[in-house]
Design a protein around this ligand. Sequence first.
Ligand code: CMC
Length: 426
Amino acid sequence: MAELAEIILDGKSYKFPVITGTENEKAIDISKLRDETGYITYDQGYKNTGATKSEITFLDGENGILHYRGYPIEQLAETSSFLEVVYLLIYGNLPNRAELDSFTNRISKRSLVHEDMKIILDGFPSYAHPMGVLSSLVCSMTAFYPESLNPNPTDEDMDLHIIRLLAKMPTMVSWSYRKSKGMPFNYPKNGLDYCSNFLQMMFAHPTESYHVDPVVSDALNKLLILHADHEQNCSTSTVRIVGSSQASLYGSVSAGINALWGPLHGGANQEVIEMLDEIMASGMSVASFIDKVKKKEVRLMGFGHRVYKNFDPRAKIIKVACDQILNKLGINDPILDVAKALEEAALKDPYFVDRKLYPNVDFYSGIIYRALGIPVNMFTVMFALGRLPGWIAQWKELRANKEPIGRPRQIYTGSVKRDFTVIAKR
Ligand code: CMC
């Protein structure tokens, strides 16, 4: 017999179906709640609200499990290329050789951006934050490809927009960086793999030859995979809610980039490095900093997660990778020691233990980005580059399932005024 949840309101009993996911997650389906009872649910921050059914990513916060399309993140990060994972997230299966070659080829062929994008870039001051620049460039794709505004694209058109965005994102990301440096823009090189091509667009100097260090491109590949999707987080929910109004893919992803920018979400990776640098520069001890956190004067950035309450599996992989990459590159960054000391102190302290606060994906990723030569204000942009396939896959799923427009309700708590005197008649 189907499982039902009973809710009693004003002495009357109502029954609602229980939904069970493939990993045995349970939800009470309250889609008829208001119609039948006149009540709504109240759940600030959507801590208990499932906004959709999704086949893309499974996350078990209690047990530190993260799967993309059923595959454990640990295996994908160890063995796959970023483009394989992109394909997996967007099309639902790992590609075979022919599928991967054709996918890679389609992406390479579309990696150039319209030359007029340089005019848009010219309008920004060189000190503009690259996240703002990137979200503007992605949104500007609606102007270069106005057919993307068609609310009912064919599957073929939708796929073309997806390929375009995947292909041009590394170019736009690297150009937002080059702009901030006053450096000439580099063009994509189709012979290179996704990560190596991106690195040459970021760092190749016009007067010198540039060799992509495989240690650097492998590290980037891993980081991008670890960031590729994370189910209904703040930016992904933003992409889905914007997409639910039938806004274009480019407009929806641009909104996601802005949501990611905040310090409580993707912006945390920049905040972590700034925090570690500040601790070092001030000469403050780790213990004094932990005391400040406990007094709630500051947050320990890169710690805590809405869903993970045991450990973040991405953080585990990144911590190991961080040691390996710095070793291979022969870099001795003293902030790694500060980060480790902070982690050790926090994991022993009841403040963090009681609140189930553990290092998240952002705690060590910034140290790797820094070792790869990526400047601090580009860290969140790198997160966006990695998260792009997740946003796309979620947007595509929402459209394929013809999900209704997202529109939460509220409980009004403002004043109630009925009688008022007219002062002046219009
Ligand atoms: N440092 C100190 N205290 C914290 C922290 C932290 N990083 N995170 C949570 N707390 C405390 C918080 O003050 C609260 O304490 P109390 O119960 O005494 O009021 C308790 O823990 C619960 O916190 P919350 O803010 O209600 O938890 P949340 O689930 O709403 O927030 C979070 C999750 C990630 C926003 C939060 O942990 C945080 O601000 N962390 C620092 C920012 C960060 O690293 N963000 C990156 C998240 S992972 C990347 C991504 O996917 O976005």
